[in-house]
Every structure is written in structure tokens, then in C-alpha cells.
Design a protein around this ligand. Structure first.
Ligand SMILES: *[C@@H]1O[C@H](CO)[C@@H](O)[C@H](O)[C@H]1NC(C)=O
Ligand SMILES: *[C@@H]1O[C@H](CO)[C@@H](O)[C@H](O)[C@H]1NC(C)=O
Ligand SMILES: *[C@@H]1O[C@H](CO)[C@@H](O)[C@H](O)[C@H]1NC(C)=O
Ligand SMILES: *[C@@H]1O[C@H](CO)[C@@H](O)[C@H](O)[C@H]1NC(C)=O
Ligand SMILES: *[C@@H]1O[C@H](CO)[C@@H](O)[C@H](O)[C@H]1NC(C)=O
Ligand SMILES: *[C@@H]1O[C@H](CO)[C@@H](O)[C@H](O)[C@H]1NC(C)=O
Length: 381
């Protein structure tokens, strides 16, 4: 019995020593030659301890980790690539990665962040080059946290930022203000409906902006002006948006025609609405020009500028006519209702007139009778 206990303790000791020697945490695979540690789909609840110091590439993916903080990565200053994708991380604390002084690539994709500390992504020495935050937000409410962490963390050397699949409806102003080195910004698979003045300000090194699979129906002139402020040569991806080919989208269509060189997928952009325009290439809408004057393009069915004015004038005339007609009707109706009173009044007036007339007539007759006048004159004498 004692022998068994001793041998168990001995085995345990031996195991722990050998584990320390090979330096690999339980349920992980370590390769010293490749400087890589993988703990993939192992039901881990937290970042395991005992990750060897030589580790440069650390993959702790597909587990159940829900919280990470600065203590999770103590002494791992050789890590350059860290992937924590597909976990259940809900919160990233301040300075979580600030011990990782060589970190270049951080992948947090497919988590459920609802709390992101402003300095969550701070890495000393501005080493971070790639940040994958695809499908990372629990819901859209976390976007303000996200925006402030992108402003407050030291991301001045970041080259690639993936924010796809986050159900983003809008981007807070100045979200990208301090990302002057970002070359590739992925905003695909969100729900963005508009681009505003300032949305992309600060992205002075941008080379590719991916806006595919959003909720853009058109881009207003404000958004077009904003896209025009991007560094020249920035390639845009705008596919799979519900482009709505109705009046008001002409500026966008014309911009698209003029920006073919920049919009990589310009040729495949097509109307999604209205139904009779479905799948019509946007460039054909553009070719129709501002009121479909070109003839060979698809027509938006908008009134021309002059036509519009005419139409407005006609409309106002018709309206005036209707109003006048109505007033007339009311007048007639009032007359009809008062017909008795009016008849009486007319009769009264007629009588008054007759009296006046007769009186006048009588006097006239008197005046015009020479004898009578003579009588009066003689009488005066
Ligand atoms: C990091 O790597 C260097 C060189 O490969 C090594 O000397 C150092 O001990 C490593 N750091 C840790 C914490 O193991
Ligand atoms: C970010 O992660 C997602 C899913 O893990 C992947 O599909 C995507 O390619 C990554 N983004 C970048 C820029 O590598
Ligand atoms: C997002 O989730 C939080 C926490 O569950 C909740 O309080 C908030 O209302 C949600 N926001 C939206 C827009 O659903
Ligand atoms: C878009 O993102 C949602 C999550 O927000 C995800 O379920 C879906 O698979 C993504 N679609 C594509 C085409 O990547
Ligand atoms: C955008 O905003 C800036 C100030 O924030 C202003 O100077 C500029 O005129 C605006 N541009 C447009 C197109 O509204
Ligand atoms: C489209 O752009 C071409 C030059 O790229 C230009 O010649 C043409 O007039 C434009 N068409 C319209 C309708 O704006």
C-alpha cells in the first residue's frame, strides 16, 4: 500500500519534472523548433500557465476562455503571433497585452466582447501590425468601447485591421483617427448604412478599404467627398450592398463611373432595388447620365431638372385651380342657402329703386314742364 502511494507520488513528481523539462502546459502541443504552442479546442477555461518562454506563436483557439488580463501572458515577451480566436472572451482588460513586447499579430476573432478597456490593445513599442477583431463584438453596443480602444491603444504602427462581421451600424467619429499606418481596413459584413464626413479621417496610409456586405443603399455626396479624401490609390470594395437605383443615386452612379480605377469591383456592382432594376449594373445606370439622357443606359426615371421645374409649376397651377374652384363652390352654396333672404333683399332693392326712379321721374317731369317752371318763377317774383 505504502509502495503504491510512494510510486504514485514518484510518478507525479517525475511527470511534473518532465513537464517542466519539455515545458509544455497540459492539453497543449509545443514545438520548440518552431517556437510554437497550440492549445486548440481543448475546453480550456483560462490561458494555461507554464507556456515556455521560447514561444513565438501561440494559438489558444476554440476553447471556453472568457476573461483575459495582463496576468494571462506573464513572461511571454517573445510572442509575435497570438491567436485567441473562437473563445468566449467577454472582456479585455487594460494593458492585457502590454507584457508582449514583440507582439505583431493579434487575433481575437470570434469572441463576445462587451467590455473593452480603452487601453486594451496597448502593446509597448508600437510593435502591433495586425489586429483581427472580426466577429468579436457581442452586440453593436460595444462599438463605443471599441472606438475608444482604437483611439487610446498604441496602434500607430498597425497595418491591418479587420472589423468584419460585427453588425456595426455606424462608426463613431474619429474611430480611425490614430491609425495613420493602417493599409488594409476590413469593414465587410457589417450593417453600415452611410459614410459621413470624418468617418475615415486619419487613415493617411490606407491602401484597401473593404465595405462589401454592408447595408449601403447609396452613398450620399457627403460620403463620396469623404471617400475622395482617402489617399490616392486606395482600392475600394463595395460589392454585395443593397444598392437602390432610384432618384437621388445619380451622384453616386456618376462618381462610380469616374472612380472605376479605384473601386475594384465596380464592374460587378448591381442594383438590388427596385425589383425592375434588379441586377442592373450600376455602371449602366451611370452611363444613362443624370436623367437617362444618354439613351443606352438604364434610366432611373427621375424627372429632368427643367422638367421637374415645369412639373412643379404645373402642379401649382392645378392646385390653384382646385382651390379657386372650391372657393367658388362654397360661394355658390352659401348663395343657395340664402336664396330666400337674397330674393327678399333683391325685391326690397328693386322696390327702393322703383321708388327712387319714380320719384326722380316725377321730379323730372315737373322740371321739364315749362309752364310749371314759369309758374314757379313768376311766383318768385
Ligand atoms: C526570448 O528569446 C530569446 C532569444 O531567442 C531568449 O534568449 C530569451 O530567453 C527568450 N525569452 C524568454 C522569456 O524565454
Ligand atoms: C480574421 O479572422 C477571420 C476568422 O478567423 C479570418 O477569416 C480573416 O481572414 C482574418 N482577417 C485577416 C485580415 O487576416
Ligand atoms: C448589448 O448587450 C448588452 C448586454 O447584454 C445589453 O445591455 C444591450 O442592451 C445590448 N445592446 C443591443 C443594441 O442589443
Ligand atoms: C457575417 O457575420 C455574421 C456574424 O455577424 C456571421 O454569422 C456570418 O457568417 C458572416 N457572413 C459572412 C459571409 O462572412
Ligand atoms: C467636413 O468637416 C470639416 C470639419 O470637421 C469641414 O471643414 C468640412 O468642410 C466638412 N466637409 C464637408 C464636405 O462637409
Ligand atoms: C464615364 O466616365 C468616362 C471616363 O471615365 C467619361 O468619358 C463618361 O462621360 C462618363 N459617363 C458619364 C455618364 O458620366
Amino acid at each position: 500500500m505504502l509502495d503504491l502511494a510512494i510510486s504514485i507520488v514518484y510518478c507525479a513528481l517525475l511527470y511534473s519534472i518532465s513537464a517542466r523539462a519539455t515545458g509544455c502546459p497540459l492539453r497543449c502541443e509545443c514545438s520548440e523548433a518552431a517556437h510554437t504552442v497550440k492549445c486548440v479546442s481543448k475546453d480550456l477555461r483560462s490561458v494555461p500557465s507554464g507556456i515556455p518562454g521560447y514561444t513565438r506563436n501561440l494559438f489558444i483557439t476554440g476553447n471556453q476562455i472568457s476573461r483575459i488580463g495582463p496576468e494571462s501572458f506573464k513572461g511571454l515577451d517573445n510572442i509575435t503571433t497570438l491567436s485567441l480566436s473562437n473563445n468566449r472572451i467577454t472582456e479585455v482588460e487594460s494593458q492585457t497585452f502590454s507584457g508582449l513586447r514583440s507582439l505583431r499579430t493579434l487575433d481575437l476573432s470570434s469572441n463576445q466582447l462587451s467590455v473593452i478597456h480603452p487601453e486594451a490593445f496597448t502593446v509597448p513599442g508600437y510593435t502591433l501590425r495586425e489586429l483581427n477583431l472580426s466577429r468579436v463584438l457581442y452586440n453593436h453596443s460595444a462599438v463605443t468601447d471599441l472606438a475608444s480602444s482604437l483611439r487610446w491603444s498604441t496602434l500607430g504602427q498597425l497595418r491591418t485591421l479587420d472589423l468584419s462581421g460585427n453588425r456595426l451600424i455606424y462608426l463613431p467619429l474619429n474611430t480611425f483617427s490614430y491609425l495613420g499606418s493602417v493599409r488594409r481596413l476590413v469593414l465587410a459584413n457589417n450593417s453600415l448604412v452611410a459614410i459621413h464626413n470624418g468617418t475615415f479621417s486619419g487613415l493617411s496610409s490606407l491602401e484597401q478599404l473593404d465595405l462589401t456586405l454592408n447595408a449601403l443603399r447609396t452613398i450620399q455626396e457627403e460620403g463620396l467627398a469623404e471617400l475622395d479624401t482617402l489617399p490616392p490609390g486606395t482600392r475600394l470594395l463595395l460589392g454585395e450592398n443593397p444598392w437602390t437605383c432610384m432618384c437621388g443615386m445619380e451622384p453616386f452612379a456618376a462618381w462610380l463611373n469616374a472612380s472605376r480605377g479605384r473601386v475594384e469591383d465596380a464592374e460587378v456592382l448591381a442594383c438590388a432595388f427596385p425589383p425592375d432594376m434588379r441586377n442592373t449594373p450600376l455602371l449602366r445606370v451611370a452611363a444613362a447620365g443624370p436623367a437617362g439622357a444618354g439613351g443606352h443606359g438604364a434610366v432611373l426615371g427621375c424627372p429632368r431638372v427643367g422638367e421637374g421645374a415645369d412639373l412643379a409649376l404645373q402642379t401649382s397651377y392645378v392646385f390653384l385651380g382646385i382651390v379657386l374652384g372650391f372657393v367658388g363652390l362654397v360661394f355658390l352654396f352659401v348663395l343657395y342657402l340664402n336664396r330666400r333672404g337674397i330674393k327678399q333683399r333683391i325685391n326690397g332693392m328693386r322696390e327702393a329703386c322703383t321708388e327712387v326712379w319714380e320719384g326722380y321721374h316725377y321730379r323730372y317731369e315737373l322740371d321739364s314742364d315749362p309752364r310749371l317752371s314759369q309758374v314757379s318763377t313768376t311766383a318768385d317774383i
